[in-house]
Ligand binder design. Structure first.
Ligand code: SF4
Length: 199
């Protein structure tokens, strides 16, 4: 049970992009930041029963400058929105945002003037997690899905975006490795008809 078993010859070949993404996803530090009842589930996730420490992220950072993951746990009031944005701006690049629960993602049942109808009006969101409240298992699942997305990120796009003050969308693997569109002028092929034997 060790690296020796995985690498019997002691040689490992990979790309810089994969190595950097692996280190980023394996050292996500969440900011200490809870807004409403969803935050209780977030705190439970960090406790021993669910043990976020397995992913190297059990210590929620008290300073946004030491954090690179914002878990928006709870509804965002209009009054809190500028504070949330300021914390996001103070976090280290590259950074990610996970919107936890229906309130953070869409305003939920609070369809009124006091609540922001989705935190993506304030900061770019990388992962949405439904539920009211989502269970700790669901939050862990969303974090693992975010890990998978981070592993699939192009290195240069994010660096360029961080330099000019913008943020690049994560490239989903389904898009990145999906089929390319057919060149212009290529006749359309009815695949269903071919498979059914109508040639
Ligand atoms: S989604 Fe449910 S649990 Fe989470 S903040 Fe809204 S009302 Fe509270």
């Amino acid at each position: 049970m060790g690296l020796e078993e995985k690498l019997p010859n002691g040689v490992l070949l990979t790309s810089v992009e994969k190595l950097v993404n692996w280190t980023r996803k394996a050292s996500l530090f969440p900011a200490t930041f809870g807004l409403a009842c969803c935050a209780i589930e977030m705190m439970t996730t960090g406790a021993p029963r669910y043990d976020l420490g397995r992913f190297g992220m059990e210590v929620f950072r008290a300073s946004p400058r030491q954090a690179d993951l914002m878990i928006v746990a709870g509804r965002v009031s209009q009054k809190m929105a500028p504070v949330l944005r300021q914390i996001y701006d103070q976090m280290a690049e590259p950074k990610w945002v996970l919107s936890m629960g229906v309130c953070a993602s869409s305003g939920g049942m609070f369809n009124n003037y006091a609540i922001v109808q989705g935190v993506d009006h304030v900061v770019p969101v990388d992962m949405y997690l439904p539920g009211c409240p989502p269970r700790p298992e669901m939050l862990i699942d969303a974090i693992l899905k975010l890990h998978a997305k981070i592993m699939d990120e192009p290195l240069n796009a994010r660096r360029a975006a961080a330099t000019d003050g913008q943020r690049t969308e994560l490239v989903a693997s389904s898009v990145r490795y999906g089929k390319l569109p057919a060149p212009v002028g290529t006749p359309e092929v009815n695949v269903a008809a071919l498979e059914a034997g109508h040639r």
